[in-house]
Design a binder for this molecule. Sequence first.
Ligand SMILES: NC(=O)c1ccc[n+]([C@@H]2O[C@H](COP(=O)([O-])OP(=O)(O)OC[C@H]3O[C@@H](n4cnc5c(N)ncnc54)[C@H](OP(=O)(O)O)[C@@H]3O)[C@@H](O)[C@H]2O)c1
Length: 305
Amino acid sequence: MTRFLVTGVSGLLGLNFALAVDGRKHQVIGVAHTTPLTWVNFKFMHADLTGPGVVEKLVEETKPGVILHCAAIANLEACEANPEQAAEVNGQLPGVIAASAQKHGIQMIHISTDAVFDGAKGDYLETDPPNPLSVYARTKWQGEQAVLAANPQALIVRVNFYGWSISGTRSLGEFFVNNLEQGKTMKGFTDILFCPMMVLDLADMLVEAAQKQLHGIYHLVGGQAMSKYDFGVAIARTFGFDESLISPASVLDGGLTAARSPNLTLNTDKITKALGHDLPEFERGLAKFHAQYRHGFPQYIRSLS
Ligand SMILES: NC(=O)c1ccc[n+]([C@@H]2O[C@H](COP(=O)([O-])OP(=O)(O)OC[C@H]3O[C@@H](n4cnc5c(N)ncnc54)[C@H](OP(=O)(O)O)[C@@H]3O)[C@@H](O)[C@H]2O)c1
């Protein structure tokens, strides 16, 4: 049994990870910040991890086997609006956690992003140099560097995922479903390519990566590249919604303040080799997302706050 200390446990990844992984095989202790949590079985607490001494105290008290660091300011527009906070949470905090993990001999998994790349090339390898375009991306890359400087044994995974969140609005998958089920029209960007992974598949892969004690940088995204428009259409078809509600559009017409990288497809050969198997298929992940919808999981997860 591994005890995971999960930061950002009220977030899209942290909460889905905790709900899926805490149980007989593994234990999760979660840390949320401002979002109230109720009716969850895993242990959790609230803390501002940027407070002086907070991380060290938490690590000493909980004695985890693995720290899964998901906490971040992950909204791109929020980072543009508050770059100092983004620098503190995304850029500096990961280094503090990595140093504490190193001091106590604890395995650390740091969650980073595909957005560290400028998207000019696509099919990025772990050895390709990042060139972040936004405050979010820049501070996330600073976070990676802070982690490796403090703790070379840490694992950094660059991800992109979707699933159901406590706010009901955190993921792109939810954006499409929320609009489609209400019969609203929406734009789908044809000029942004990415490799989405269902969050439950990501949770499984993270547990495997922890068990294999991987370290260094890995790309852990879905095995299939697609545009954001194609992703929306795939959701509409799987859920039986009207795909014509999604109009193909350019990101330049999206009214977004933070710059977006056009081709964020990442090469996953390194992680596939390390895990010894292919990554979960996109269609199967989407089927899980749909099955959760049919079973009322979106309402359930929203009721946890
Ligand atoms: N979503 C994606 O598709 C995506 C793509 C690439 C990479 N990522 C990365 O994946 C990770 C998880 O993303 P997510 O989408 O799950 O994020 P999210 O839903 O926005 O959740 C962020 C979490 O961080 C916590 N947090 C923020 N500031 C904190 C602080 N000062 N102290 C303690 N906790 C704090 C929040 O707590 P409260 O809500 O309780 O305040 C929340 O639990 C992030 O590192 C993100 O950069 C996400």
